[in-house]
Design a binder for this molecule. Structure first.
Ligand code: UFG
Length: 322
């Protein structure tokens, strides 16, 4: 059985669905502070904290449902909030993860899949970004993810715990079957915000910065469909099950779209006009982040299936309809 932490959240819930479709038995551990109980698709649900040693001991000691691997999605993920609340970010994202990893070590569980982020790279000089691009997170959120990456390397050396670190680019889109959606509160991500404008629940979208050194002056990002991320996680489990060494993989579509291009695609898909207001740059935004995912493709055999920008927007839009 695979334990998925944060399985009530956006990416975690999609991954649980993909794992179950593949025939894996899945348990979810989530404290529901930011996730949704109705997004948990497995009957094996533990409500609680990933830092709760006695709960972890109970989960990991079960002889009927032996946990072989942990996929770790639970984390706080707002860059701006992390700058204001570093204590909470290091507590939630680092200290609690260390407690989880320590419990895994104590129970001899040796496979770990970690949701990391392109925010670990920081201010990159060269695009596309490979796994060897120099690291340099710019905020506590990025630091917290990088710290866990370093802990994982040390746990591998000392305890033989193997990991796949997945550095996601911009996760987007939703379950094409319409069962799951992206539900953040507050919502800060571009595509859901633009679609909320299209659906009439928001008046306009602010474009944060129109003077970037990009063709249309707005930031370029690499949007990757959440189901393609799930596929990578399944390949990651198979990779670790085959006894392969710990590794780090970028997960992106390798194609960049500007904020204006995303808004245009949302208008095309929804058939609605999206009013925009040009606004100041948002602190900490890099002009351009695009992945080189060659390693995931060659080592894991990963192929993206839904990550063209139109399919991303279509599935996100369909998931928002009442
Ligand atoms: N943007 C707007 N208006 C909005 C919202 C976003 O112009 O209302 C712009 C942003 O400035 C950025 C682009 O749209 O240029 C994408 O912004 P998102 O907030 O959707 O995504 P980010 O690229 O900021 O964030 C992603 C992940 C984070 C991760 C970060 C690393 O969602 O978890 O990349 O940089 F930390």
């Amino acid at each position: 059985m695979i334990l998925v932490t944060g399985g009530a959240g956006y990416i975690g819930s999609h991954c649980v669905k993909s794992l179950m479709k593949k025939g894996y038995e899945v348990a979810v551990l989530d404290n529901l502070s930011r996730g949704h109980r109705d997004a948990v698709l497995t009957p094996h649900f533990f409500e609680g904290s990933i830092g709760d040693a006695s709960l972890l001991s109970k989960i990991f000691s079960s002889s009927s449902k032996k946990i072989s691997a942990v996929m770790h999605f639970s984390a706080w993920t707002y860059v701006g909030e992390s700058v204001e609340k570093p204590a909470e970010y290091y507590q939630n994202n680092v200290a609690q993860t260390l407690a989880l990893l320590t419990a895994m070590r104590d129970h001899g569980i040796k496979q770990f899949i970690f949701s990391s982020t392109c925010a670990t790279y920081g201010d990159v000089q060269k695009i596309p970004i490979t796994e060897d691009t120099p690291i340099g997170p710019l905020n506590p959120y990025g630091h917290s993810k990088r710290m866990v990456e370093l802990i994982l390397a040390d746990f591998d050396r000392a305890y033989g715990m193997k990991h796949c670190i997945f550095r996601y680019f911009n996760a987007a889109g939703a379950d094409p079957e319409g069962q799951l959606a992206e539900r953040h509160d507050p919502e800060t991500h571009l595509i859901p915000i633009v679609l909320q404008v299209a659906s009439g629940t928001r008046s306009h979208v602010s474009i944060f910065g129109t003077d970037y050194p990009t063709p249309d002056g707005t930031c370029i990002r690499d949007y990757i469909h959440v189901n393609d991320l799930s596929d990578a996680h399944i390949l990651g489990i198979e990779y670790l099950e085959a006894g392969k060494p710990s590794n780090i993989f970028n997960l992106g579509s390798e194609t960049g779209f500007s904020v204006r291009e995303v808004i245009k695609m949302c208008e095309q898909v929804t058939g609605k006009k999206v009013p925009v207001k040009e606004a100041a740059r948002r602190a900490g935004d890099a002009p351009r982040l695009v992945a080189d995912s060659t390693r995931a493709k060659t080592v894991l055999g990963w192929k993206t299936k839904l990550s063209d920008i139109q399919t991303i927007v279509k599935t996100a839009w369909a998931s928002m309809k009442p």
